[in-house]
Each structure stands twice: as structure tokens, then as C-alpha cells.
Design a protein. Structure first.
Length: 431
């Protein structure tokens, strides 16, 4: 029994030490089963790409507008929107019961009135106040002499050489001269105001005459392209882009039709809207990249104009198509465009957006938190600890962000952050 007991105890002790060895060997593996598993990546000074996407439309670069200065009724149109027309093609027919005639205004008489008004304006502008200014100068000289004379009379009065009435009469004369001076100044100022009013009225009259002449000439020109049956013939070659309505009274200056002057890619333009806060970004770029179909080569369009008017928080830009653009363009085509910028800042690090938790959204200048892995010595060897750091987002790209404040590029950044990963928590590095 004694030998069996000793043997049993011996086996238990050996098994215990084997168990301790095995647990010690596999302890890190066992513990790792309960730790958050992380993937890591380094950070480097890399460029980021920023893209502004545009939903643009194809429009004609130039449109010919047919309008008149009187009232008409269109009986019918001979074309539809999208039709190609040539110079001399019939476009529409007007109701001849209103008469087919030109302007009632005598254009030559209006031009004569315009020239006469221009001459009056020129004479008025060149009009001088030389006589009034000379009289003003004389009055000032008389006042100066009167004051000098009063000074002399005061000395004579002090020695009883003259009576007080003589001095009083001199002062009264001075007051009359000063009153006359003020009245003359007021008269000159009043004349200047009247002159300014007259100039304004003449300028208004001149502009009114110009408008009447233009309206009369346009009206006469319009009716010169209408035959005795009331049919209007196109004056240009192009595509019908807009038509008015038939059978209703169309008032003065209504656009009856628009003809887009189309002859090759360069006669089209690309029009798109963009948020007003992107104005500086768009202004600093000159090129929009388009790709009508995925199998098409990418084409660069050059921005020609940015409309300064803001409508509902958006601005409008226009870009030109190159003459060698291979695809066929149609008015109203919708094409996605992109304005790109590649930016890099030396000594700043670039990370993926997915590793950042922005404070206040992804906006340049805002801060964001990021988790990195640090090492420390533990009971069972080296331990991996998650550390939360705050950085500044300097440049926001489409997928990546240039940041400042992380530290050196050798830091290991956690690329799969989750709610399980907290500052100071142990983590397991996923192989």
C-alpha cells in the first residue's frame, strides 16, 4: 500500500507540473480568444484625390430667338422641337387678320430725334457758370474791401473823427454784400441741381429713343421675312429648340421660336450646377472630365464661364466641347462630369476615412479620433494596447484624409475600429 500511495502521489505531481507547463504555454492563446481582434496598417505621406461630381446637360452654345414688337397669333407651326432646319425653311404661319406690316414708327425720324437729344446733352454737359462764378468773385472782393473800410472807420470813430452813424452805415452795407453772396451761392447750387436733373432726363430720353429704334428695326426685319400669306421663313440653319403656342394671342416681345445654331461639337456647351461653397474649388480648376459611356475615352472640357448669380444655394458653370469630340451630341443629353484635384502635403500623414471618427463631420479643420496599437510589457510577455488619439483633418479627399497630430508614420493604426475597442483596452493582432 505504501508503494502504491507513493507511486500515485508521484504521478499526481508529474501531471500537475505537466498541466502547469501546458497552461503556461497556451495561456496567451487562450486569453486572446476573449480579446478584440484588430487589423493594423501604417500611415504615409501620400496624395489624396478630391472629386466634385456634376450632373450636367448639353445645350446649344448659341440660339437665334424670333420675337416681334407687336401682338400676333400663330395659326400653326410647320416644325417640331428637335427638327433640323435650313435658312429659308418655313417655320410658322401667323394670323393675317392682324395685318402683315412693319412698325408704325418712322425709324429715320426717331434717329433724327436721337441725334438732336445727344447734341442737347453734350451742350448741357459743357455748359459753364463762368459769369456766375465771376460775379461771385467780385462779391467776395467787395466784402473784403468793406471789412477793411470798417476797420479804418472804427479807428476814426475812436478819435471822434466821424459819427457813429457813419460806422453803422458801413456795417449795414457789409451785411447786404454778405447776404448777396449767400443768395448767389444758393442760385449757383440750384442751377447745378437743375442741370443734373436735365442731364438725367436727357439720358433717359436717349435710352428710350434707342429702344424704340431697336424695336422698330426688329419689327420691320421680322415682317420682312414673312410673305403675304403670313408664313415666316428661317433666317438661320440649326435645330428647333423651343416653340411657342398656336392659336393664342402672343404679346409684344414674346419669343415665338428658338433655333439652336448647331454645326459640330464646338457649337454645343456643357452646363451644370454646383454648391456655392465649392466656388473656390471650381474657380481654381479649368477642366471638367466627362465620360458619356463607360467604354468611352475620358474627355476634358474647359470651363468657359461661371455665373456669379446664386440660385437656391447653387451656382452655374459652362464648359466647351472640343472640336474633335467623337460622340454625337444631342440637346438635353445628361452627362456626369467630374472636377478632380490631387493634393499632397509634405510631412503630413494620409489615412483612410474608415479609420477616423470625425467630430462634427468630415470637414477640413475639424478634429477626429483614431485608434493606434501600442506595446507594453506584461506578466505573460508583450501586450498590445489600443490608444485613442485626436488629430486634425487638414484635407478631405474622396476616400482618404490628410491629417496632422498623429505622430510618426511607424504607428500601427487600427483599420477595423468597433465599439469593442476602447482607449487602454488590450487587443489581439489579427494575422
Amino acid at each position: 500500500m505504501g508503494e502504491k500511495t507513493i507511486k500515485l502521489i508521484k504521478n499526481i505531481v508529474i501531471g500537475f507540473f505537466i498541466l502547469i507547463f501546458v497552461m503556461g504555454f497556451f495561456s496567451k492563446t487562450i486569453i486572446s480568444l476573449f480579446l478584440p481582434k484588430v487589423n493594423v496598417a501604417g500611415a504615409a505621406s501620400l496624395p489624396v484625390e478630391k472629386t466634385l461630381r456634376l450632373d450636367g446637360k448639353v445645350k446649344p452654345r448659341e440660339e437665334y430667338e424670333v420675337r416681334i414688337g407687336g401682338n400676333v397669333i400663330i395659326d400653326k407651326f410647320f416644325v417640331e422641337e428637335g427638327d433640323s432646319v435650313f435658312k429659308g425653311d418655313p417655320i410658322f404661319k401667323i394670323d393675317t387678320s392682324y395685318g402683315v406690316k412693319g412698325s408704325d414708327e418712322d425709324v429715320e425720324e426717331l434717329k433724327f430725334q436721337l441725334e438732336r437729344a445727344k447734341i442737347r446733352l453734350e451742350n448741357l454737359i459743357n455748359e459753364e457758370y463762368s459769369v456766375d462764378l465771376k460775379n461771385l468773385k467780385i462779391l467776395k472782393g467787395d466784402i473784403k474791401k468793406a471789412k477793411e473800410n470798417i476797420g479804418k472807420l472804427k479807428k476814426l470813430y475812436e478819435v471822434d473823427a466821424i459819427s457813429k452813424s457813419n460806422l453803422t452805415d458801413a456795417k449795414d452795407a457789409l451785411r447786404k454784400l454778405e447776404t448777396s453772396l449767400e443768395i448767389k451761392k444758393l442760385q449757383i447750387e440750384e442751377n447745378k441741381k437743375n442741370k443734373a436733373i436735365d442731364i438725367k432726363e436727357l439720358n433717359f430720353q436717349i435710352e428710350e429713343l434707342k429702344d424704340k429704334i431697336e424695336l422698330a428695326e426688329n419689327n420691320n426685319y421680322f415682317y420682312s421675312n414673312i410673305d403675304e400669306d403670313g408664313v415666316y421663313y428661317s433666317e438661320v440653319r440649326g435645330v428647333i429648340s423651343n416653340l411657342s403656342i398656336e392659336g393664342k394671342l402672343l404679346t409684344r416681345d414674346t419669343i415665338l421660336t428658338k433655333i439652336a445654331k448647331i454645326d459640330g461639337p464646338s457649337t454645343f456647351k456643357y452646363v451644370a450646377e454646383f454648391p456655392v461653397e465649392k466656388y473656390e474649388f471650381v474657380k481654381s480648376k479649368a477642366v471638367i472630365q466627362i465620360q458619356k459611356e463607360y467604354y468611352d475615352p475620358k474627355t476634358d472640357l474647359y470651363i468657359t464661364e461661371i455665373d456669379p448669380i446664386v440660385r437656391n444655394g447653387k451656382m452655374r458653370l459652362e464648359a466647351s466641347f472640343p472640336e474633335d469630340y467623337e460622340r454625337t451630341l444631342f440637346i438635353g443629353d445628361e452627362i456626369e462630369g467630374k472636377i478632380k484635384e490631387i493634393k499632397k502635403i509634405k510631412e503630413y500623414l494620409t489615412v483612410s476615412k474608415s479609420v477616423l471618427n470625425p467630430i462634427g463631420g468630415f470637414k477640413e479643420g475639424n478634429e477626429a479620433t483614431i485608434f493606434v496599437v501600442e506595446e507594453r510589457d506584461g506578466i505573460l510577455g508583450t501586450e498590445l494596447i489600443a490608444r485613442k488619439k485626436t488629430v486634425e483633418m487638414v484635407v478631405i479627399g474622396d476616400h482618404n484624409v490628410i491629417i496632422w497630430g498623429l505622430g510618426g508614420p511607424k504607428l500601427r493604426i487600427i483599420t477595423n475600429p468597433s465599439y469593442k475597442i476602447k482607449d487602454g483596452a488590450k487587443v489581439f493582432l489579427w494575422d
